[in-house]
Design a protein around this ligand. Structure first.
Ligand SMILES: [Zn+2]
Ligand SMILES: [Zn+2]
Length: 386
């Protein structure tokens, strides 16, 4: 499964926002050469089926064009690539659907009515060539159960209650003034200086500066800033979620394309991991608020972490509560059950199966910058009208 994470990591580093027009280019996929080096255990310069895993194993026959039982550098070069820019999803065929793995139909009554624009409608949509009955859910992606923000502290003396959180190596940190003042130590890099001589923090505190800084290629002028956009800048944007009514389990996993990850019951988008590599390269941080959300110009307020702040649907057994839907229609649940235990049998996407809920996902730890890692169902999609 090593290869899945390798391909996947490189895809998601550039895809914080599938709708984002500008994406960081400085993190590519591993080259074919690197792939061979990594998995060629007998060092014969080509990959046999037993040496590979993940998508390469499931697509082995397709990639092995000359059918010699090995993947050569040339064959790998010509292999279909996982989606990089938002747009295309991995190709899905009818045969990829595994009808033996059941899910539960989407229950639209779980959504908070006030947060949905108009009614949730149903329509037939062609998803990767498969005609699928979908729900169409429109929202302004604005939380109502909790306050949105704060994100950046204004002074290095500010306490953590004046700001949000940041994450590094699976750990969550409060972005207090003290944290901002010590970023050079935190990252062992003396180029960090997010504050002025008077102790005030450099914050992108206008819509113009937010637009210039809340993207992977941060404008030079806003390097060494705490990046913050406000929900009201983008409150008129409409995010449309198109989600299969009856989720269909696929034998192979799907990376996040333009589909995004999913939606909370308050209509706020769950986003793929924040592109921390690009953010940090510009000596910026883009804190999440204490609820795991922040704002960007392509969809407004969205979550990168689950902190238990949004509507939950309790389960009749001790299972963790439900918190929303993935874009493939399978449910997303909190990590911990009533007794404080996390499931131990999650697959590479963060999902597993039980009789009550069918296939479903559990959200990752808040510090992990990853709500779920991939999709195991036929993905719907998200559209943002700016
Ligand atoms: Zn984000
Ligand atoms: Zn579960």
């Amino acid at each position: 499964m090593k290869i899945v994470s390798l391909l996947f990591i490189s895809t998601l580093i550039v895809s914080c926002n599938s709708n984002q027009k500008e994406e960081s280019e400085h993190q590519g996929r591993p080259s074919v050469h690197e792939l061979i080096n990594e998995f060629d255990s007998n060092k014969d310069g080509k990959l046999s089926e037993s040496e590979v895993g993940g998508p390469l194993a499931s697509d082995f026959q397709k990639i092995d064009a000359d059918k010699d039982g090995f993947l050569s550098e040339k064959e790998l070069e010509l292999a279909p690539k996982p989606p990089r820019k938002g747009g295309e999803q991995t190709v899905v065929n009818k045969e990829d659907i595994d009808a033996t793995v059941k899910g539960v139909s989407v229950n639209t009554s779980y959504f908070i009515k006030e947060n949905i624009i108009g009614e949730i409608t149903e329509k037939k949509v062609n998803l990767s060539g498969i005609e699928t009955n979908c729900y169409v859910i429109k929202t302004h992606s604005q939380a109502t159960e909790h306050q949105m923000g704060p994100w950046c502290p204004r002074h290095i003396e500010d306490g953590m209650e004046k700001a949000g959180i940041w994450f590094e190596n699976d750990k969550v940190y409060d972005v207090s003034g003290h944290f901002i003042a010590n970023l050079d130590e935190f990252y062992s890099d003396d180029k960090w200086k997010l504050f002025r001589e008077d102790g005030s923090v450099k914050v992108t505190d206008s819509e113009i500066s937010c637009l210039a800084a809340a993207k992977p290629d941060v404008e030079e002028k806003y390097h060494n800033h705490c990046v913050e956009c406000l929900p009201e800048y983008f409150k008129d944007q409409v995010t449309t979620f198109v989600i299969p009514v009856n989720p269909q389990y696929l034998k192979k996993t799907q990376s996040f394309g333009r589909g995004g990850i999913g939606v909370a019951f308050n209509g706020v988008k769950y986003d793929p991991p924040a592109p921390t590599h690009a953010i940090l390269a510009a000596h910026t941080i883009a804190p999440l608020d204490d609820h795991g959300g922040h704002v960007n110009p392509h969809g407004g307020y969205h979550y990168h972490a689950i902190t238990g702040s949004t509507k939950e649907v309790a389960q009749s057994d001790a299972h963790a509560p439900m918190i929303g839907y993935a874009i493939d229609g399978f449910g997303i649940y909190a990590l911990l059950d009533e007794n404080g235990n996390a499931p131990t049998d999650l697959d590479e996407c963060g999902g597993h199966f039980d009789d009550e809920r069918g296939y479903h996902y559990h959200a990752g730890e808040p510090g992990g910058n990853q709500i779920i890692a991939c999709l195991h169902g036929l993905p719907g999609y998200t559209e943002v009208k700016e």
